[in-house]
Design a protein around this ligand. Structure first.
Ligand SMILES: Cc1cc2nc3c(=O)[nH]c(=O)nc-3n(C[C@H](O)[C@H](O)[C@H](O)COP(=O)(O)O)c2cc1C
Length: 359
């Protein structure tokens, strides 16, 4: 019997990994348009959500938005109190909006782990199992687990926890091939992921460090995983899911040109205005414009212009005007020499600071 995770009879899956403050319904929706097979909401604090009185806060309402084209969407809970996690799972199921519940055991933020949550559960496996069991028993929805390899090199608990997930009937596991000590830096341990994938039958999605479609396929091959979850690379290239499909068909992928990038950003802004106040949504677009326009001639001027804009109409006018200029110059291609030094880590450092403040 084929015990490997990468069973040819099973469809490989390419998921968008959750990213707090970034992968809301609007961005996920764009990734689904490009062919993502599934996604997860940002993490929801179970202590706060499980006890939230109605009407629910604006923050929860936004995180819980689901757009119609979102397939295979899990709601993610974070917490280490089994009762609060169970209550939150019940509430999420009652919304009738999600396909699964995901448990976060990967968040490395100092204040999160300081209260025993996220990746801290990886060094308290008994508590982790109690949380998993409580959520499992509280809902009839499929339950998923997202975890790291362990707390540090001396505490590699993922093999045990993945086995537990399998024996409790979890639907799948997403495994980030780093420890908490590594945060978002350093190499991803593909061998450790493969060893786990080969030992269990529960689908394992490999995660960490993918930068492009070719990487995703190599990672899949090297880890024997049932699929991959892509985080930061999708922020800069949400079309990565389409590129993966192209490579799998034997095609070649090309850099996306200015018209597609601009259209994508205008659509993302409009979708974000659907779940955030307009001025906040447009302010948030600065980060996405920085990632997606980088490499086009004169994109820095657009970023500077965004500092004075707070409406969708003005955003659209700025970007369409920029595209007209590029068209008139016949300069719609990306110039790799204009790309700033922007690695996956650039995204996480900036965000890590934000998360540290938030946590
Ligand atoms: C800014 C940021 C926010 C994140 N927020 C979450 C989160 O809410 N829940 C979660 O399970 N993982 C979260 N992660 C981890 C990612 O899902 C993913 O595991 C990690 O970034 C490694 O994948 P990548 O190298 O493809 O980005 C976050 C990562 C980043 C960079």
């Amino acid at each position: 019997m084929d015990k490997s995770n990468n069973n040819p009879a099973r469809m490989l899956e390419f998921l968008l990994a959750p990213m707090d403050g970034l992968t809301r319904a609007s961005f996920r929706s764009i990734c689904f348009d490009y062919g993502a097979d599934g996604a997860t909401t940002e993490m929801i604090q179970s202590l706060a959500y499980g006890r939230a009185k109605k009407p629910m806060s604006q923050t929860f309402m936004e995180v819980l938005v689901r757009y119609p084209n979102e397939r295979n969407l899990a709601a993610q809970l974070i917490g280490s109190d089994p009762a609060a996690m169970a209550e939150s799972a019940r509430r999420l199921e009652a919304l009738g909006r999600f396909d699964a519940i995901d448990i976060n055991m990967g968040c490395p933020a100092r204040k999160v782990v300081g209260s025993g949550n996220g990746a801290a559960l990886m060094k308290t496996p008994d508590r982790a199992v109690a949380v998993m069991g409580a959520v499992r028993d509280a809902t009839t929805l499929p339950v998923r687990l997202k975890l790291r390899l362990g707390w540090d090199a001396a505490h590699i608990t993922a093999p045990f926890l993945v086995e537990q997930a399998e024996s409790m009937g979890f639907e799948s596991v997403t495994l980030h091939g780093r420890t908490r000590e590594q945060m978002y830096l350093g190499s991803v341990d593909t061998v450790a992921i493969r060893t786990i994938c080969d030992a269990v039958r529960i689908p394992v999605y490999a995660n960490g460090g993918i930068t492009c479609a070719g990487d995703a396929l190599a990672f899949l091959r090297d880890t024997h995983a049932a699929g991959v979850a892509i985080g930061r690379a999708a922020l800069k290239s949400p079309w990565i899911f389409e590129d993966i499909a192209t490579l799998r068909r034997g095609g070649t992928v090309a850099q996306r040109r200015a018209p597609e990038r601009v259209a994508l950003l205008i659509r993302l802004a409009a979708l974000t205005c659907g779940h955030r106040p307009e001025n906040v949504a447009i302010c948030e677009m600065r980060r996405f414009c920085g990632w997606i326009l980088a490499g086009l001639t004169g994109y820095e001027a657009v970023l500077a212009g965004l500092n004075h804009i707070v409406t969708l109409e003005a955003f659209r006018a700025l970007l369409e005007g920029y595209l007209d200029d590029l068209e008139q110059q016949g300069d719609l291609e990306l110039h790799s020499e204009l790309l700033p030094e922007m690695t996956l880590d650039t995204v996480s450092h900036r965000q890590a600071r934000r998360m540290a403040k938030w946590a």
